[in-house]
Design a protein. Structure first.
Length: 535
């Protein structure tokens, strides 16, 4: 079928515009050509050069390449001096690279003639350039030691290296950087994703349209209500592989829930044995074991497959464990204890047989309310009142972040680089775990005054923060955005804790004083309504 006449380019339409919006046309063509060559489409790249009349490399590039490869050093230096857009300092460096190349080749020649000529190049060509004197001194010492001298059989490879060094010093227009167009596309996509406050599905990116996610991508639909507890639910946490959910309650039990393939949850085990409320649970990194900590009770270790209690940790018989965390090998834990009042506070590590391995005790150890270990096992994080302490392991530096308000809880990011802190001032702060971090990011909007509220990272690449709230709602923020982007309604009492499924970014769980767990999903068609209850 013939194309309509109006759609066929006309030869008399005139030359293409020099600029396409803010983009220089020739720069775009050269970047496209370089990309085609790198992708292996050599004929297409050559055709683009021919049709556009824009060569991939400017004449100065090809001339300098020929001069360097044929050892025409005076001509090479003259070409370097003629290249436009080069500052005086960079031009001096480029000319130094030329003469250094010649100088080291001369040192590799046999006989006194090469040494005499090398001495002349050093004195008349290199020294006057005003480059770092240490470079000149090194070249002078090389005349005696022959260090760096180029053997005759290595000259071709050496000259290629000289040219590549020159390319790094000369302006970008002189030689299109490898992968430049791909980098521009990647940067544009990354910028769009970062500016999309609802981005939560990594496979939703296409080059054929501007990126934009909808709020339905954030878990906000109540898919299921779990009612297995008979009293307030204080803690909830997904396993590291996302296949299980653990909850604990003031009814003195913890429950392990199985996350099925269709995203529904079913009860796997009810863990009974504590005589007092269970304040938190901790999954082992391999998800085979679960720790539960009862208020004023010993720590218990449970087998996830069988639901049996394998061990009770007491540490020293005079101490009650207040918090704990796993090391990445799933073979060691760290605990904090702070009772009785007449004894010093303690932080200690122990194996899965309950044997203490290391102990930090004394007046300098504060009363610890929360603990975490980074995924690489290199840092211990513990919270005391208004302070967050970071300690290098096994024995290293120690530093702290100080908050103005009391800290109720902390949550460590999956990469171990950041942590979120819930404060009694109705703010959540995000700290980077490095000594240079002095000011945290702040998130506002939820309600927290009297009770322990726990937040978490979540979503694709942990781009979101979620938190419970004393106003019975769940709040969700996008990183770097101070106010919440979503508020989830459904619970009827305080929401104590939330957990985002690390393997299913569309799934979020919340635990409340109303004795329920809510499972929120991002699906526009939830698995069930909020009347679906699993006892």
């Amino acid at each position: 079928m013939d194309l309509p006449e109006s759609s066929v380019p006309r030869a008399d339409e005139g030359p293409a515009p020099h600029r396409l919006g803010p983009v220089d046309r020739e720069e775009l063509v050269r970047a496209m050509t370089q990309s085609l060559y790198s992708l292996g489409y050599r004929r297409a790249a050559a055709a683009l050069e021919a049709e556009s009349g824009v060569p991939l490399y400017p004449p100065e590039h090809d001339r300098l390449l020929l001069e360097v490869m044929t050892g025409r050093w005076d001509a090479s230096a003259e070409t370097v001096r003629s290249v436009s857009g080069v500052g005086d300092a960079d031009r001096a460096v480029a000319e130094f690279l030329v003469w250094r190349g010649y100088y080291l080749e001369l040192l590799g020649m046999r006989g006194d003639a090469g040494l005499r000529r090398a001495r002349e190049v050093l004195r008349r060509r290199i020294a006057p350039l005003g480059v770092d004197r240490r470079c000149v001194h090194w070249l002078a010492r090389a005349m005696v030691s022959s260090e760096g001298a180029v053997a005759p059989e290595a000259v071709v490879g050496w000259r290629i290296a000289v040219f590549l060094d020159l390319v790094e010093v000369l302006p970008p227009w002189f030689h299109v950087p490898s992968g430049r167009l791909e980098h521009l596309v990647e940067s544009a996509v990354t910028k769009q994703v970062e500016s999309c406050i609802y981005h939560n599905l990594p496979d939703e990116i296409t080059l054929f349209e501007d990126h934009r996610c909808h709020e339905e991508h954030i878990p906000s639909q109540c898919a299921q209500i779990l009612c297995g507890h008979s009293n307030e639910v204080w803690f909830v946490r997904f396993s590291n592989n996302g296949n299980y959910l653990a909850s604990s309650s003031s009814d003195c039990t913890a429950i392990i829930w199985k996350v099925e393939k269709d995203d529904t949850l079913t009860k796997k085990h009810c863990l009974q044995g504590h005589q007092k409320p269970i304040s938190f649970v901790a999954w082992s990194p391999n998800d085979r074991m679960l720790l539960t900590c009862g208020t004023g009770e010993s720590l218990k270790l449970w087998n996830v497959d069988t639901g049996e209690c394998n061990l009770k940790f007491r540490g020293s018989v005079d101490y009650i464990i207040s918090s704990c965390a796993w090391f990445p090998n799933s073979e060691k834990i760290v605990c904090a204890s702070s009772e009785p009042a007449s004894s010093p506070n303690r932080i200690f590590t122990c194996d899965l047989e309950g044997q203490e391995l290391e102990v930090w005790a004394g007046d300098r150890i504060p009363k610890v309310s929360d603990l975490a270990v980074t995924p690489d096992g290199r840092h211990l994080i513990f919270v005391s009142c208004n302070d967050i302490w970071i300690r290098e392991l096994p024995k290293g530096r120690e530093w702290r972040f100080r908050e103005k308000q009391t800290i109720s809880s902390v949550f460590l990011s999956g990469d171990g680089q950041s942590l979120v802190v819930n404060l009694s001032s109705q703010e959540i702060h995000l700290w980077k775990i490095n000594e240079s971090c002095t000011v945290p990011e702040k998130f506002k909007g939820h309600k927290q005054d009297k009770f322990v509220i726990r937040s978490c990272f979540g979503g694709s690449n942990s781009l979101f923060i979620a938190s419970g709230s004393e106003d019975s709602q769940v709040y969700i923020w996008k990183r770097h955005v101070e106010m919440p982007i979503k508020v989830l309604h459904g619970h009827t009492m305080i929401v104590n804790c939330v957990s985002w499924n690390p393997a299913r970014p569309h799934m979020l769980a919340s635990a409340s004083d109303d004795r329920t767990l809510y499972i929120w999903t991002a699906s526009a068609n939830p698995l069930g309504s909020c009347s679906d209850v699993l006892p």
